[in-house]
Ligand binder design. Structure first.
Ligand code: BGC
Ligand code: CA
Length: 284
């Protein structure tokens, strides 16, 4: 059976270049987004629909609330801990010795550890890695990544999902939540038959995994068993990531990048018919 195709609509024109890392900030009823290539942080106010942009540090790739207030931003050579007013409280070196790399997708596990990946600016060599931040300096956990991308956890947190885009796979690992250790990486789904490469992802409350296909003009939902079960078609060629948003976490917001065909750079939204998992804030 062909999976159903869900409709999407424009949420906001953002005029972005490489919008990424969407994250719902429940405390302030807003969506946090970054524009990596413009080095900006972008917020979408859920109540008013206003989009605001501000300087985001050097190539910010993800922006996530902190548990005690404030937020954390992954940038090219530093993880920045911001206070509630957006001022930098602390800057933690992040591959500062690897100028050929930059940060990419990051998310927190349900205990509030930050997982952040890196990638080669040229997007060709596997010089990137995936790191865990658990209070101390970043610890390298998975190496040899070319474009470290989508991250998420199953509703019971016993599985972690991970994408290195050029592999054209969505991978799954067993996850020890107490220790913060993933093991036994294997493919959940080989997605090489679809157009584009898998990019960011979001997990819903039923364990479905929604994956953005960069250059594929779609977000696809996979069951916990890896079966393709739904498609969101987009009028933009380069969706980069998605996140559940809104007070009920029942809308899926999709970030896009400006493509050579001039589509993208805006925010889209879809009613996926399922709620998302609560967003984990950074405990540090
Ligand atoms: C990166 C882009 C890359 C895309 C597709 C994104 O997460 O930020 O630079 O082109 O993934 O792999
Ligand atoms: Ca991404």
């Amino acid at each position: 059976m062909t999976p159903p195709v869900l409709r999407t609509e424009l949420l906001a024109e953002a005029g972005g270049e490489l919008l990424e890392g969407p994250c719902w900030d429940a405390g302030r009823a807003r969506l946090l987004v970054v524009d990596i290539l413009r080095s900006e942080r972008v917020t979408y106010d859920w109540g008013t629909g206003d989009v605001s942009r501000g300087s985001g540090g050097d190539m910010p790739s993800a922006w996530i609330p902190r548990r005690g207030g404030g937020s954390v931003v992954a940038t090219r050579a530093a993880i920045l801990l911001l206070d509630g007013d957006g001022a930098v409280e602390r800057s933690i070196p992040f591959e500062a010795d690897r100028p050929e790399n930059r940060a990419n997708d990051a998310r927190c596990d349900p205990r509030g550890r930050l997982w952040a990946g890196t990638m080669a600016l040229e997007e060709k060599e596997p010089t990137g890695a995936l790191y865990r931040l658990d209070g101390g300096p970043p610890e390298r956990v998975i190496g040899d990544a070319t474009i470290s991308n989508g991250l998420g956890w199953s509703p019971d947190a016993r599985r972690m999902y991970y994408i290195d885009s050029p592999t054209r796979r969505v991978d799954v690992l067993d996850y020890d939540l107490d220790a913060g250790v993933p093991r036994d990486r294997r493919a959940l789904a080989d997605v090489s038959a679809f157009d584009g490469v898998p990019d960011g992802l979001a997990v819903d409350a039923e364990g479905g995994v929604w994956v953005a296909f960069f250059d594929g003009g779609a977000v696809r939902r996979f069951s916990p068993g890896g079966e393709h079960v739904a498609t969101i078609a987009l009028p933009a060629a380069r969706p980069t990531s998605c996140a559940f948003a809104g007070p009920g976490l029942d809308r899926l917001v999709i970030t896009t990048a400006r493509a050579p065909d001039r589509t993208g750079g805006d925010l889209y939204v879809c009613d996926p018919g399922v709620r998302g998992l609560a967003v984990s804030a950074y405990a540090g």
